[in-house]
Write a protein that binds this ligand. Structure first.
Ligand code: NAD
Length: 434
């Protein structure tokens, strides 16, 4: 099938490359000319395992092409996905400027029937607005459909998630839109849920807000573990074995970050408010998440006493492993706070350093390895649970450090083992063994 994807970010690029890999003819469009120039050469502007190979392979096969022209993307394909960003406005509402802009440009360039699909995460009722926008700008009597097909992929394993999703949600209000989408997704063997457009839009915000709630819940329980001497890993395991609860998203840490959860929880609170409901539960989810970073900073202060002039090593900048994405990463707030208090900061991340260099300009030492970070550090902070950090030579690390102190914001290490290796080790909710 002929498909266009507008927006070549984490979602758009993965969607375009995977749909090309499934044998479709895909045009991927972005208004960032630098990105398009790189992509035409087969260079991925983001780090996502396996993505660059897929791009190169499908460019070569001529299943995938890149353009900065929405006109071209609209002319070429009957099916058009909108996957542009929907960031937070200052008051927490979703900024839908990009969606409106793209809808307007599609409308002006439609040569015939088009199916326009919201892939971006958007508030309920956005589909209605997209329809109105297209009707207002369309030239002549051209038929079109709008659909919602929210994306659930996780950065770091996005290709696998796209190819093997838990479910595909299709919000449609016409037979034609339903058939086109069912045909497109036919090669993916998974449960397909067909709903109305508004329900599909709500499913995405409700899902992300629910996952954020799970994270904040276990983080709140981790505090109780610290105060009582229980171990959060054991508690989470015991809870997760209950099928009604499930084991995922029960990992205590320094809280969620990234480009989705913080903005989607904010947007959902605002959607509810506009509809007359005060979603207090999600306000508290947000507060617990923020508190988690403060608790972490307090652990550093309690261990080091004076922060000024201490050298603090940071392992991990990305908001989670296997990505270079640092949007809303907890690392940034932690580094900025410690820096303000006069600490010297050394950092290392396997993939996220180029992006971090653009935002952390404030005299931070970017290191070539975790060992260079450890050298002369009074304390090591584990912020992102990359596999590489799991396999460190800790005896070497210990020798390099000024004092052997590790504060583990992701519970990556085992307290007993770290203690045996001679470290003072502080995790989250693990005081029993620490
Ligand atoms: P992103 O910022 O990585 O990518 C958005 C892309 O859209 C950018 O390349 C930008 O240049 C382009 N763009 C913006 N306005 C444009 C316009 N008018 N014309 C053409 N291109 C334009 O964002 P992302 O992480 O891919 O997220 C996109 C959407 O998908 C968001 O709504 C997000 O909430 C949702 N989502 C993201 C994830 C994730 O893990 N990143 C997962 C599921 C859903």
């Amino acid at each position: 099938m002929k498909v266009s994807v507008i927006g070549a970010g984490y979602v758009g690029l993965v969607t375009a490359s995977c749909l090309a890999e499934l044998g479709n003819k895909v045009v991927c469009c972005d208004n960032d000319l630098k990105k398009i120039k790189q992509l035409k050469k087969g260079i991925s502007p983001i780090y996502e395992p396996g993505l660059e190979e897929l791009i190169r392979k499908n460019l070569k096969k001529k299943n995938l092409k890149f353009t900065s022209s929405i006109k071209e993307a609209t002319k070429e394909s009957e099916i058009i996905f909108i996957a542009v960003g929907t960031p937070s406005l200052e008051d927490g509402r979703a900024d839908l400027t990009g969606i409106e802009n793209v809808a307007r440009q599609i409308a002006k360039n439609m040569p015939g029937y088009r199916l326009i699909i919201e892939k971006s995460t958007v508030p309920v009722n956005t589909g209605e607005w997209v329809k109105k926008t297209i009707l207002a700008h369309i030239k002549g009597k051209i038929k079109f459909d709008v659909a919602s097909n929210p994306e659930f992929l996780r950065e770091g394993q996005a290709i696998n998630d796209f190819m093997h999703p838990d479910r595909i949600v299709l919000g449609v209000d016409s037979k034609k839109a339903k058939e086109l989408l069912l045909n497109l997704y036919k090669p993916l063997k998974t449960e397909i849920l067909i709903t109305d457009i508004k329900s599909a839009e709500l499913i995405k915000h409700a899902s992300n807000s629910f996952l954020a709630t799970k994270i904040s819940f276990i983080n709140a329980v981790s505090y109780l573990c610290e105060k009582t001497g229980a171990d959060i890993k054991e508690v989470a395991k015991g809870m997760g074995l209950d099928k009604r609860i499930g084991a995922s998203f029960l990992e205590a840490g320094i809280g969620y970050g990234g480009s989705c959860f913080p903005k989607d929880v904010d947007a959902f609170i605002n959607i509810a408010k506009e509809l007359g409901y005060n979603f207090e539960l999600l306000q508290v989810v947000k507060e617990i998440n923020q508190q988690q970073k403060i608790f972490f900073l307090n652990k550093i202060k309690n261990a080091l006493w004076i922060i000024k002039d201490k050298t603090i090593g940071v392992l991990g900048l990305a908001f989670k492993p296997n990505t270079d994405d640092i949007r809303n990463a907890p690392s940034l707030e932690i580094i900025r706070t410690l820096k303000k208090e006069g600490a010297k900061i050394k950092v290392y991340d396997p993939q996220a350093m180029p992006k971090a260099k653009a935002v952390l300009t404030d005299e931070i030492q970017f290191c070539k390895s975790p060992y260079q970070v450890a050298e002369g550090s009074d304390c090591l902070l584990l912020i992102t649970e990359w596999q590489e950090f799991k396999e460190l030579d800790f005896l070497r690390i210990k020798k390099l450090m000024k004092q052997p102190l590790i504060i583990d914001g992701r519970n990556l290490y085992e307290p007993k083992i770290m203690k045996k290796l001679g470290f003072k080790y502080i995790g989250i909710g693990r005081s029993a063994n620490g």
